[in-house]
Every structure is written in C-alpha cells, then in structure tokens.
Design a protein around this ligand. Structure first.
Ligand SMILES: *[C@@H]1O[C@H](CO)[C@@H](O)[C@H](O)[C@H]1NC(C)=O
Ligand SMILES: *[C@@H]1O[C@H](CO)[C@@H](O)[C@H](O)[C@H]1NC(C)=O
Length: 360
C-alpha cells in the first residue's frame, strides 16, 4: 500500500510539475531550431527619418505616424521626367540630395528649397500642403501615370506654376508627382512583398520596394571601423536612407530578423492605455547600389567607398549575390500607429531563410 501510494504521488508530481516544464523546454527548443536561433534582446529606436521627396534630402523627426504604406510624409512625392513621367533619382543625379524639404507642423506645410544654378546665395523655393485635401488636389493637380522602375502607378502631377523654377535645377523639364498613402489606386508591393509571398495585399507610395527600411547603429559602426582602416574616414548612416534607426545587437544580426514589434518603453503611459505595439514583417535584406557613396550634405560622390568595402563582405543574400546588403526592409501589419524615438524594438521571430526576390 505504502509503495503504491508513493508511486502515485510520484506520478502526480511528474505530471503536475515536471511535464509542463519539460513540454515548455521542448517547445522552446523546437521554436529555436525552427526559427534559426535565439531571439536577440530588445533594442531601442534612436532616430527616425522621413524623405518626403524620393531621392531628396531627409528630415530627422522625434516621432512619426507609421501608416500601412510607410512613415507619414515619407516618399509621397517624386520628381519625374516630362513628358514621360519617369522617376528621377539620386542614382543618376547625385545633386538631388541638395533639394531640401522642411516641414512646418503648425501650418502643415512642406517647403522645398534648392540652390539656384549659377548663384551662391539664391535659392529656388516653393511651399505646398503636406497633407493636401482632395479639393486641393482636384484643382491644383492632374492625374498621370508615373513610372517607378518598370511599373506604372497613377499619381497627382503638380502644376508648373508651383514647381516650374526647378526645371533650372535639373536643367530640363521635370514634374513633381504625389501619391496619397490612402490612394484609390495603391501601388502594390512587388518582390518579396507581393501577395503570394507576404500573404496579404500591401502597398506603398514611392519607395523603391517596401514601406520601411530599418538600420542598426551597431552595423554602421562595424562598417565604419573597416572604413577607418581602409580610408581613414567614417560615414553617416543617412547615406543608407533608413526610416528607423535602432541601436542594434551584434553587428549584422539583423540579417535574420523575421518579425518585429515596436512598443513603448516599459512603464510608459501608452502601455497603460492598452497600446500593445506595432508588428512588422521583415520581407528581406536591402540590397544596395552605389547611392551610399554620395554624401547627402554635399552631394559629393566618393569613387570607391563604402561600395568597395561592402562588396568584400556584405554580399550575404543568395537571391542577389552581385550586391551588398545593409538594413532590413519591412511591411507594417494592421493600421500602424505612432512611432517615437526611445521606443523599444523587439525581435519576435528570426529566420535563416531570407532570400531576395528581384523584380519591381
Ligand atoms: C490650389 O492651390 C492654391 C495655391 O496653393 C490654393 O490657394 C487653392 O486654395 C488651391 N485650390 C483648392 C481648391 O484648394
Ligand atoms: C494610365 O494607364 C492605364 C493603363 O494603361 C490607363 O487605363 C489610364 O488611362 C492611364 N491614365 C492616364 C491618366 O494616362
């Protein structure tokens, strides 16, 4: 009797206490194997950048609304050729980075300035509503099909009464086009963001590929330590045009990010209000061209760096082996929300299956 009592007690202890623990440990182990290793510890958002006009100068902001299409006011405008409305970028014209947008929140106005040709102090300038109303757009713009890479998307083309002076800057006829983040004809994501890969419909305004690019300070610091040895200089992360900059974990550990959550720091009043954070799907690594060789403050283009250094060790994606990678491209889930410097970025899933799918 005593023996069988002990045995059944033992069985109870095992099933009540040990089994759940063992199951949990096993489950954690399976999760790690499936998801390619342990999750990095949470990191912090240290800067936010918007680039209102594609390929032009960026603005650092303390907070920004994250919309399904990207950060509000990011790449909602774009310069195009006339009469074909084909995108103009820093890739072929480094001087575009001298076109500076500034945002006045008190009047919700975007003012665009650029150095006037053949003048030291004169500036070209115009202002426009940062969030134009349908009525403003109807009376001040016309609809055209604008081309980004090989795909066309309907866009609002501004009158040259507003932007005409910028023909002098480009030395040819250009137009400014706008795409609303709530457009009736959204620009569907392609590449790894296409519905068959992402599993849902998602769109963006005028970024090359995805709504958001996240960069890590730890990785730019690692790259800079190599540039210091090779050339005796470092570069600013802005050359890579990220939207969200985080402190980061081990350099380049972001290569494995699969899903992320942006949440207020612990103890924040937003948490108490029930705000549970914003989830982002990381679609792929960002394969780079020569644009980071351009200094965004001066438009000077270095003939080798950082391209040469990156090519030596950052060709890490089997889907695009001829380009080096920096930063991770992301698509927000749901309606987004407000993102602020100081918020936490948690990696909720990692993968070793990222593979870049080309095509726009
Ligand atoms: C068109 O633009 C002009 C100049 O910004 C502005 O005064 C006018 O109100 C705009 N039209 C509408 C209907 O908003
Ligand atoms: C844009 O292209 C589509 C498809 O080719 C066409 O149906 C539409 O009329 C074009 N719109 C304009 C404003 O040219």
């Amino acid at each position: 009797m005593a023996l069988s009592d002990n045995t059944s007690q033992g069985a109870i202890i095992i099933s009540v206490f040990l089994l759940p623990i063992l199951t949990y440990v096993l489950w954690q182990y399976i999760q790690q194997v499936e998801s390619a290793g342990p999750l990095p510890s949470p990191t912090e958002i240290t800067n936010l950048f918007i680039y209102p006009i594609k390929s032009c100068h960026g603005i650092s902001v303390p907070s920004a609304r994250l919309l399904p299409t990207g950060l509000d006011l990011d790449r909602q405008w774009m310069w195009v050729t006339y009469p074909n409305y084909e995108f103009l970028t820093i890739r072929s014209n480094a001087r575009m980075t001298l076109i500076r947008p500034t945002y006045d929140a008190s009047t919700d106005t975007m003012t665009i300035t650029a150095p006037a040709p053949n003048s030291m102090d004169e500036k070209l300038q115009f202002s426009m509503p940062a969030h134009p109303s349908p009525a403003w757009l109807a009376s001040n713009t016309s609809i055209v099909n604008a081309t980004v890479w090989s795909s066309k998307t309907p866009a609002h083309c501004y009158s040259t009464a507003l932007t005409g002076a910028f023909n002098d800057f480009f030395g040819k006829e250009v137009r400014l086009v706008y795409k609303s983040p709530t457009s009736d004809s959204p620009r569907a994501l392609a590449s790894n963001g296409a519905k068959k890969h992402l599993g849902r419909d998602a769109s963006t305004c005028f970024p090359d590929l995805m709504p958001i690019l996240i960069g890590c300070e730890s990785s730019i610091a690692e790259l800079n330590s190599r540039l210091q040895v090779a050339e005796g200089f470092s570069i600013d992360v802005r050359r890579f045009r990220p939207n969200i900059l985080v402190r980061g974990n081990a350099p380049w550990s972001e290569d494995r990010w699969k899903t992320l959550r942006i949440a207020p720091p612990g103890g924040s009043s937003m948490l108490k209000l029930g705000f549970d954070g914003i989830t982002l799907d990381v679609t792929q690594r960002c394969a780079r061209c020569h644009v980071p060789n351009v200094d965004p403050e001066t438009a000077d283009e270095h003939e080798r760096q950082p391209w040469d250094t990156l090519m030596k060790y950052r060709r890490v994606d089997a889907g695009i082996t001829f380009k080096p990678c920096f930063g991770m491209l992301c698509v927000p889930r749901g309606d987004g929300g407000l993102v602020e410097k100081g918020m936490k970025l948690e990696v909720t899933k990692v993968t070793n299956k990222h593979r870049y799918i080309t095509g726009f």
